[in-house]
Design a protein around this ligand. Structure first.
Ligand code: DC
Length: 213
């Protein structure tokens, strides 16, 4: 029986396949799952709903302190508008500080956990026994986004989506506090040429090798 990790930290850029992979790993190992991007999206959406600017540190920090579990279930959190607002509030140190206890408490659950985001392996759970950094080329990620939107019947343009993907990467990797980057001990997984089943199999193999199982 291969070893079961107690905590898996998954980081990487938008639309690299982190969420799908994280959910499958959580189900496979019987771990709880937290999509930490949702926390930042909820903060961004709260600021937007109040007519504020997600780059305003005072408004964003107040929104981060006011977040409740109900905020995480709002359907509008999945939109690109919410994603961009999330990326903006995520550059503000007081926002990150306000959200960190919730994430660390989640990671400490007795049944174990999978968390995905941008700074899980570097800042939130630096001692996680398994860290994955999941990437794909910007072109592939934009194409996946486009196909997702087309499947939902939403009109979309590849060039515009590619520009959004690149702008978000730049903001998430370029910020001063907790920038998106692989932890030194992260296992790298490039999903550019992999479908979700192949990415899952590759992740399981990397995890088994890391845990010696
Ligand atoms: O994973 P996502 O697309 O839902 O994340 C939305 C934004 O939130 C992302 O562009 C940057 C920010 N984020 C972050 O800074 N740190 C995290 N742990 C998760 C998300």
């Amino acid at each position: 029986m291969p070893a079961r990790p107690r905590l898996i930290a998954i980081d990487g850029p938008a639309a690299a396949g982190k969420g799908t992979l994280a959910r499958r790993l959580a189900a496979h190992f019987g771990l709880a799952y937290l999509d930490t991007g949702l926390l930042y999206r909820a903060v961004g959406a709260r600021v937007l709903a109040a007519g504020g600017d997600p780059r305003d540190p005072v408004a964003a920090a107040a929104a981060a302190r006011a977040i409740t579990p109900d905020d995480l279930a709002l359907p509008e959190l999945r939109t690109e508008r919410a994603g961009q607002a999330a990326s903006a509030v995520a550059t503000i140190p007081a926002v990150r500080a306000a959200l960190s206890d919730f994430q660390r408490d989640f990671a400490a659950r007795p049944e174990g956990a999978v968390l995905d985001g941008r700074d899980i392996g570097t800042v939130i759970c630096p001692d996680a026994p398994v860290k994955l950094y999941v990437t794909a080329s910007a072109e592939v990620r934009a194409k996946r986004r486009l196909e997702e939107m087309q499947a939902r019947g939403v009109a979309a343009d590849h060039a515009a989506i590619l520009a959004e993907v690149r702008a978000r990467d730049e903001q998430d990797a370029g910020r001063a506090v907790a920038p998106m980057r692989p932890a030194e001990d992260a296992l790298l997984l490039d999903t550019s040429a992999l479908d979700p089943d192949q990415a899952f199999a590759a992740a399981l193999a990397l995890i088994a090798a890391r845990l010696g199982g």
